[in-house]
Write a protein that binds this ligand. Structure first.
Ligand SMILES: O=P(O)(O)OC[C@@H](O)[C@@H](O)c1c[nH]c2ccccc12
Length: 271
């Protein structure tokens, strides 16, 4: 027997979780809740508008991660959301997975209520039930991790997001996953610089893959971004949208750290 990969382990516990939630809240009931949720905020549009004038930042609310352990002690999703909005983020991402990221479904609702930004539910999605649940929590966008789903699962998740008026980010980590992503219709392609099975990170992943992304898709460079220089460098490869968690979560003053990383390193400074 081969040892399961990290993504396989996550998938196993996530499917159990989903089965338990479904037993508690049947699909019809979850659909009622989704219909009663506040209207969808335009995620793609907010990102695109911000990227046209500079950078489109998706700022992530992330308490802990499997590779880094606890990232932020003082963790108030509503205050963090307000700080991100003040600092110039275009959208938010909120981790709702508990076993690996110490996230929670309520964090998404709390963060979204504290600002006007569209919100990505950051979780491991396999079942369209989770998409309905995401909408019931207020999510405006979902993540589809190609490394963790089949083509059929990805297509079903994407369709469910679209049925509920939400956007979907298709996350890829290599050329093969990018090819599979191209068969889907979502215009949002996330290039994850972190290998979710080994946790290794390198911005070379984006530098290498960006040129193969079709022109009609919007590239989001995800993970391991630390400085304004990183953003400026990656922008030269055609990506103007960024998903950043840890660097901002480690800052004492989250609003000013957000402003700082979004500043153009060529024109900033000198104050
Ligand atoms: O904290 P970082 O290195 O800035 O990364 C943020 C985000 O890209 C990362 O949390 C992430 C990207 N794809 C994921 C999929 C599942 C869980 C987490 C992720």
């Amino acid at each position: 027997m081969t040892t399961p990969t990290i993504l396989e382990k996550i998938k196993a516990y996530k499917l159990e979780e989903v089965a338990a939630t479904k037993a508690d809240v049947p699909l019809e009931e979850m659909e009622d809740r989704a219909r009663a949720a506040p209207p969808v905020r335009p995620f793609h549009e907010a990102l695109l508008n911000a990227a046209n004038g500079g950078y489109g930042l998706i700022a992530e609310i992330k308490k802990a991660s499997p590779s880094k352990g606890l990232i932020r002690e003082d963790f108030d999703p509503a205050a963090l959301a307000a700080a991100y909005a003040e600092g110039g983020a275009a959208c938010l991402s909120v981790l709702t997975d508990t076993p690996s990221f110490q996230g929670a479904k309520e964090y998404l609702t709390q963060a979204r209520e504290a600002c006007e930004l569209p919100v990505l539910r950051k979780d491991f999605m396999y079942d369209t039930y989770q998409v309905v649940e995401a909408r019931s929590l207020g999510a405006d966008c979902i993540l589809i991790i190609m490394a963790s789903v089949t083509d059929a699962e990805a297509a079903a998740l994407e369709q469910a997001a679209s049925d509920w008026g939400m956007d979907a980010i298709i996350e890829v980590h290599n050329a093969e996953e990018l090819k599979r992503a191209e068969a889907l219709t979502s215009p949002l392609i996330g290039i994850n610089n972190r290998d979710l099975n080994t946790f290794e990170t390198t911005l070379d992943t984006t530098r290498t893959l960006a040129r193969y992304v079709p022109e009609d898709r919007l590239i989001i460079c995800e993970s391991a971004l630390e400085t304004p220089e990183d953003l400026a460098d990656i922008a030269r490869y055609g990506a103007r949208c960024f998903l950043i968690g840890e660097t901002l979560m480690r800052a004492d003053d989250v609003a000013s750290a957000t402003r700082h990383i979004l500043a153009n390193p060529l024109t900033a400074g000198g104050m």
